[in-house]
Ligand binder design. Sequence first.
Ligand code: C5P
Length: 242
Amino acid sequence: MSMERNKQLIVALDGDWDLDGVSHIAGLLAGEVGMAKIGKRLFTRFGPEVVRRVRNTGLPVFLDLKFHDIPNTVATAVGEAVHLGVSMLTLHAAGGREMLKRAKAGALEEAGRLGVLPPSIVAVTVLTSLDDASLSEVGVSGGVSAQVERLSRLAYECDLDGVVASPMEIGLIRKVCGHDFLLVTPGIRPSGKVAGDDQSRVLTPAAAIKEGVDYIVVGRPIYGASDPVEAARQIVAEMETV
Ligand code: C5P
């Protein structure tokens, strides 16, 4: 059992808060979880201030904006994210080799300039909202698994730190990229809880840790609970059974 399991728990902050509400929930969870994921909703609503608010509570920030643009634009945006002090960020592996390499280089360069640790850069391969048919419609004909495999390998070759992986993809990606590559896995539901939301293929926290993922991402089961601290503690307790 690891004493540091809580560091592997990332809370997704996707709720309908104002800035003080964000500070409040982040402050509650700061001693309980390893990181807070800020995505497009809160970032579009509040901008960089929301990152500062969460960091001020002591919680490291995972900026989930899934960058996908021309290499120079992504490299400079990644530099800005480093400047904001984020610890992890996402981009789309489908942006291609040059974009991925420039993103990594941009992170290292800005971190070096500031004298800070570079953030982990993790790639999204195929959104779990897409299936074989919808992928084919956008010109990818080999199916989801083949595309996940192809893009994971590309991210690995470009020296990214890992990928966001659905519970169904963990084994495949480990086979392709080995163990020195971060797997960040959403779609986690505590045991005994019927999902009752839009997550369909889910794993429990313990099962995900047993599968060897590095981080699990949990949103609504924590921030939507009547007692978010207790909900986070229960999830960590489940992780610690592994
Ligand atoms: O509330 P819930 O635990 O479902 O939140 C999961 C988080 O992970 C959300 O921010 C969601 O956007 C994100 N995510 C996901 N499934 C993916 C990729 C990201 O649920 N395949």
